[in-house]
Ligand binder design. Sequence first.
Ligand code: NAD
Ligand code: ZN
Length: 247
Amino acid sequence: MSVEKAAELLSSARRGVALTGAGASAESGIPTFRGEGGLWTSYDPVKVSSIDSFMADPVSYWQVSKDRGRVALAAKPNQGHMALAALEGAGHLVAIVTQNTDGLHQASGARRVIELHGSGRNVRCLECGTIESRQDVQDRLNVEMPPRCRACGGALLKPTVVLFGEPMPVDAVMAAYDLARQADVMLVVGTSLVVYPAAEIPLVAVRAGAPLIVINAKPTPFDRFAEVVIHGRSGEILPEILSLISA
Ligand code: NAD
Ligand code: ZN
């Protein structure tokens, strides 16, 4: 059975690396982008999530972001996040590389989390550089649209996430590639693997000889490179794998 095979591979791993995407947070109530109920069935991604449209029209950006922010700030880690943190704690994973910006891996107790697309927990003023917590900005969105910088009064407050058209954080990308090159197991969880360069990370690990495990609700383009493919919910499958390892 594939859950057993995944447990076997992970139990002997010493430099395992996880790569997670929006699916890992779906069971925490945060909508994914693609797939059923995905955000991009209701919004045009480039319109709501590109730096050009943000600069041109921050009000439209914040009107959408207001609802998403409320959901993400209220979300709690699910059993899948907890199982990944436990795999790290037990020495089977050395890091969790994530495309998510919700901070739920950190909230679950994971120690080394590499955020490829930044963090939605903070907001930066593009005029003076002041950083504020997203929660503080969120709290005043009902009376202030767009939100204004508390330091300079500017109206270009942008969450510290990577929007379309923005470069990815170089340090995070370099660290992720290094980890992938050295990985002895690559565990991919809840990502459609269509956003590059994030999607290349598992390939780097595979080319370096690491077995690939894919846990995702739907088939991905990388299933054919994987030793183990499990189609299902990460909040159910990861705890099963963990319990086999801990047994
Ligand atoms: P995606 O939406 O493209 O793909 C998510 C994948 O997860 C889909 O293939 C889906 O079948 C699968 N899935 C859904 N529920 C699942 C579950 N319970 N268990 C396992 N798999 C499940 O997401 P992506 O590949 O991460 O790319 C979208 C981009 O959007 C990311 O780069 C990310 O930055 C951003 N995003 C972030 C969040 C977040 O922070 N939680 C949420 C939405 C989008
Ligand atoms: Zn400012």
